[in-house]
Design a binder for this molecule. Structure first.
Ligand code: OSB
Ligand code: MG
Length: 366
């Protein structure tokens, strides 16, 4: 494959429902779409799903644009490659910036699988025809408002509900949801919002009463030891998200027993190539994995669906239908969840086409 053109498009879409986590609230999402064009004219699309502000990780849309333009574009154009996994090796010289790398990596996998005439799912080794989709619900102004959101998505057939929590919004909303929906697969995500120490251990011990599938990322990303302490103190499984951006972090998690569940995100880990590596490593170590999301537009969402089609993904993924977030996604067909299941496309590449009219030309940045 010889890539002759790389185009980056900054695209902003309004959210249909505002989303609040332990760190902030947002009403629109801005991501960067990456288009690689091969000398044959074939194209591949990827998505840089970094949040706008450095509250989830240190990356932002602005840093991703800069790193993409100044480093990843020239490295990608430098010489031909035969398989997308070679690019991760090439980009290794750039430390960190996993979101930026993920956008390029997805585009390379899309391009490569289109050239082979295979679906991205089968290129990755996926075998499922459908994947189970879960929803991630933000912090709501009231518990009644949260219950309405849960009801709407349970009625929509979603088999798993994840609730965002923060100090001051945890035991009470979780109890209310568990009481109203005794049978649902439920879990919570703190996005690192809790202080380390006894206050939090006590709080999480109280959550043990609600039969949660897991508690995701209670403490800040580097707090592996605090996560290990918590994992020893509570019966609810501890899941890591922000803490694990590479296989070195995963090795630390395993060695310290800082959790028994891993949220694999294509975006957080730098793309499908590193996500596959983490998937294999977790499987060998008895860590249960599932595929998380970053409010991706259709391109990144389709990559998450393809990855989730691998048989070892244990829990439902954060790959709800496009319409949960966006009135008008950038792809056709949009991602649809029916009775909590998303079909895995069988056509070449991502199996969806980007609609150029939905990407204003003035948003092209390279
Ligand atoms: O922690 O999983 C997270 C969205 C933005 C940033 C962090 C997270 C999330 C989600 C949304 O939970 C999952 C989705 O894309 O549906
Ligand atoms: Mg999370």
């Amino acid at each position: 494959m010889r890539v002759t053109d790389v185009d980056l498009f900054r695209v902003s879409l309004p959210l249909v429902h505002e989303f609040e986590t332990s760190s902030h609230r947002k009403s629109a999402i801005e991501h960067i779409l990456v288009r690689l064009t091969d000398e044959s004219g074939e194209v591949g699309w990827g998505e840089i799903a970094s949040p706008t502000d450095p509250f989830y990780s240190s990356e932002t849309v602005a840093t991703a644009e800069m790193i993409g333009r100044d480093h990843l574009v020239p490295l990608t154009l430098a010489r031909p490659w035969t398989h997308p996994s070679e690019l991760a090796e090439r980009w290794r010289i750039v430390r960190g910036h996993e979101f930026a790398k993920a956008g390029f990596d997805i585009a390379a996998w899309d391009l490569w699988s289109r050239m082979q005439g295979v679906s991205l799912s089968s290129a990755l080794g996926g075998t499922r025809r459908q994947v189970a989709a879960g929803v991630s619900l933000g912090i709501e102004p009231t518990i009644d408002g949260l219950l309405e959101q849960v009801q709407r998505h349970v009625d929509g057939g979603y088999p798993r509900v994840k609730l965002k929590i923060k100090p001051g919004w945890d035991v009470e909303p979780v109890r209310a949801v568990r009481d109203a929906f005794p049978g649902i697969l439920l879990h919570v995500d703190a996005n690192g919002g809790y202080p380390t120490g006894s206050y939090s251990i006590t709080r999480f011990k109280r959550l043990d009463a609600f039969d949660l599938a897991m508690v995701e990322q209670p403490f800040a990303p580097r707090e592996f030891v605090a996560h290990a302490d918590l994992a020893r103190s509570v019966s609810t499984p501890v899941c890591l998200d922000e803490s694990v951006v590479d296989t070195g972090d995963l090795a630390t998690m395993i060695a310290l027993r800082a959790g028994t569940v891993l949220n694999i995100k294509v975006s957080r880990m730098g793309g499908l190539t590193p996500a596959l590596k983490a998937y294999r490593m977790a499987q060998e170590s008895g860590i249960a994995v599932w595929c998380g999301g970053m409010h991706e537009f259709g391109v990144g969402r389709a990559a998450n669906v393809a990855l989730s089609s691998l048989a070892g993904f244990h829990y439902p993924s954060d790959v709800s239908g496009s319409e949960k977030y966006y009135a008008r996604d950038v792809i056709e067909p949009v991602v649809v969840a029916r009775a909590g299941l998303v079909d895995v496309p069988r056509g070449p590449g991502l199996g969806h086409e980007v609609v150029m009219e939905r990407i204003a030309p003035e948003m092209e940045v390279v």
